[in-house]
Structure formats: C-alpha cells, structure tokens
Design a protein around this ligand. Structure first.
Ligand SMILES: Nc1ncnc2c1ncn2[C@@H]1O[C@H](COP(=O)(O)OP(=O)(O)OP(=O)(O)O)[C@@H](O)[C@H]1O
Length: 358
C-alpha cells in the first residue's frame, strides 16, 4: 500500500496543455477516481502515475519518494486496460501467470499464486480454458487476476468495465471494490461514467480541461458541487440563473431573484454570496416534488410536457410559466400524471436549491 502525491504536474502535447498544474493527494488503500468529460486529461494523468509519461513540470511521489523519472516496471504498479489485452492463444492460467514467468519465479510459486488470483476473481477451476472460450465478463476477471497476481502496491484501471453489458458492469463494480479493499490496494480508476464513480469511489477528482475542478467524496461532490460544470457532470440537474437578493432569516440560506420568481437556496461551502451577485441555482430532478414540502418557499407553475415511466421512478418535464424546462423525477411512483395537464405546481425545499458561482 502506498500513498500517491501529484504535485503541480503539467504536460504539453504539440501546443496543447493536456494537464495544467494538477495537484492531488491519494491516501494509502484508497480507491480514488479520476472523472470528467472526454479529453479532460484523465488517461494522461493515469499514464503519468503509471510511468508511461514524464511530466514537463511537477512531481509524482509514491510514499514521499519522487518516482517522476522511474520507469513503469519499477514502480510496483499494475494497470488494467479497457481492452483487457489478453493473449488469445494462451490458457487462462498462462495469461494470469505471464508476469510471474517474466520475473522468473519458481514454478511451484507461480502455480500457487495463479490459483490464488483465480480464486479471488471467482474463476477457480477454469485455468485450462482458452481465452476465446470465455464470456466477456470472464475475460474481464482474467485481466483482473493477471493485474493482481504480481501483488502491486498501486492498481490502475482505465475504463475497465466499458466493454461489458449493463448487468455485468454493475456486478463487477462491487467485485472490483471488494478485491481492492481485500488486497489493501491503492487504486486509481479512470472513468467517464459518473454512476460508476459515485458507487465505487472513496474519493474522486472531477477534471475539466486539464485541471482538477473538485476533489471530494461522492456525496460531497454530488451535494456540494463547486461549479456548474461539476453539477451538470455528476448527475442530472436543472440550472437557473439569478441574482442574489438578500440573506434569508435562516443562516446559510439566501433569496435569489430569478425569472421564475424569488427562490430560496443554500450556498455551497466554497461560496459566500453577497447581495447583487449573479449566481446559478442547481436543482436535482429528484428534489422536485408534487407535494408541499415543509418550510419551502420554492414553487414552480407550468404545464406537463413529457412523462417517462421507468419502474422505480417516473420522469417528467415541466414547461414553467416563464419558459424554463424543468426536469423532475418522482421515486417509487404509485400513480402517474399525463402530459398535457396544465397549471401544475411543483415544490422544492430550500435545502435542495444549491447556489453556485456563475
Ligand atoms: N500522445 C498524445 N499526443 C498528443 N495529444 C494527446 C496525446 N494523448 C492525449 N492527447 C490529448 O490530450 C488531451 C487529454 O487526453 P486524455 O486521453 O488524457 O483525455 P481523457 O480525459 O482520458 O479522455 P477520454 O475519456 O476520451 O479517454 C486530449 O485533448 C487529447 O487529444
């Protein structure tokens, strides 16, 4: 188990700044996610940690030791790619044991460690199978075993689940997390799938344009996004522009003038609003309800445009009086409302109206 420090790392690719002064601290044994839209620099950062790239500026430290110029195979890190990169002509055991053969370990130890790794990923008994004779999910487990068999101190995963179907992806999320925790691995996991990150991460960094926009636990990032980009990227949200009018009688809450009238919201930890400040309000769809909410001054009136029934929830679109489109969701719906209904009123608690810097 090692801790990883990334200190002021920048990387330029042919006139394009792929990483712009990135600093992060990853704790020992932590499963840390790098998340963000395509091209934001996630893979480039992961490759720096793995040692495939050297930073133009800054340092990467493992347990306080500068490894910026240490080659990949001397960093004690293992990497798992989206494309598994298994050898189709070898058996499962041969694939898993390949790294140990290269290190010239004794035969008996290789056999024992391969068997252990296969057991860990629930593939025991399938060691003699050819790779072609495996399902996508099983191939994924073999790739996992192959990465873990060398007992890495840092485990890096680059979109490891993107080739799996939806059901397997969900199953493998908890499997990978279990294995990382059982092994006590420091894991760095790259994905653009926010559900994967929210469900698996101890902490995450949301990246944008080569910079770190926010670092936090899944709940911190979801509940306290620092800006519009993070609020929109992590989960769905409704954004409404407005101007801060005054502090409300409850401390931490503010009244904001918007085209939909006066709305009351709470400021995030990183924002101390002042009267007259232009802000954006973020309201999650699941926070909006048909029902009156206690202590809620926030109401929207409009016509129901769309309805999507999804079983555990029903999603609606409301066209508000002032011409906004408001998306909202009722969880565990016992009844549904038809599109076309006019003059509907929906409510949202001040706790769920987040005031963000504009
Ligand atoms: N070897 C390279 N040479 C030149 N430009 C590169 C190279 N690798 C990445 N880039 C550029 O650097 C930026 C960051 O790329 P990177 O692959 O890190 O993004 P990403 O966040 O992992 O995206 P994705 O989710 O699409 O994989 C992109 O603009 C990309 O085109």
């Amino acid at each position: 188990m090692v801790s990883i420090s990334i200190r002021h790392v920048s990387k330029m690719f042919t006139g394009h700044l792929a990483l712009n002064d990135v600093s992060l601290e990853v704790e020992r044994g932590e499963l840390f996610f790098l998340l963000g839209p395509s091209g934001c620099g996630k893979t480039t950062l992961l490759r720096h940690i793995a040692g495939f790239y050297t930073p133009d500026k800054g340092q990467i430290l493992f347990d306080g030791r500068d490894v910026s110029k240490v080659p990949p195979h001397q960093r004690g890190a293992a990497m798992m790619f989206q494309s598994y990169a298994l050898w189709p002509h070898l058996t499962v055991s041969q694939n898993v044991g390949f790294g140990l053969e290269e290190r010239k370990l004794p035969r008996a130890e290789i056999t024992q460690r391969v068997a252990e790794a296969l057991k860990l990923v629930k593939m025991d008994g399938l060691g003699e199978r050819r790779i072609q004779a495996l399902s996508g999910g099983q191939q994924q487990r073999v790739a996992l075993a192959r990465a873990l068999v060398v007992r890495p101190s840092v485990f890096m995963l680059d979109e490891p689940l993107s080739n799996l179907d939806a059901r397997l992806r969900i199953e493998m999320r908890s499997e990978i997390r279990r294995i990382c925790k059982e092994f006590g691995l420091t894991g760095i996991y790259v994905t653009h799938d926010q559900k994967e990150a929210l469900s698996m991460a101890d902490r995450m960094a949301v990246m944008d344009g080569g910079k770190v926009a926010q670092v936090g636990t899944p709940m911190q990032v979801y509940r306290q996004p620092v800006n519009k980009m993070v609020a929109e990227f992590i989960g769905e949200t409704n954004l409404i522009d407005g101007t801060v009018k005054q502090a409300s009688y409850r401390s931490g809450y503010w009244d904001v003038e918007t085209a939909s009238g006066l709305l009351r919201g709470r400021a995030t930890e990183t924002l101390e609003p002042v009267a007259g400040q232009p802000v954006t309000l973020s309201i999650r769809p699941e926070a909006i309800s048909f029902y009156d909410l206690p202590d809620s001054p926030n109401r929207f009136f409009g016509n129901l445009l769309e309805r999507t029934y999804l079983g555990e929830q029903v999603q609606y679109e409301l066209s508000t009086r002032d011409g906004h489109l408001l998306r909202f969701a009722e969880m565990n719906p016992r009844e549904v409302y038809d599109p076309g209904i006019e003059e509907i009123r929906v409510n949202v608690s001040a706790d769920d109206v987040l005031i963000l810097r504009r």
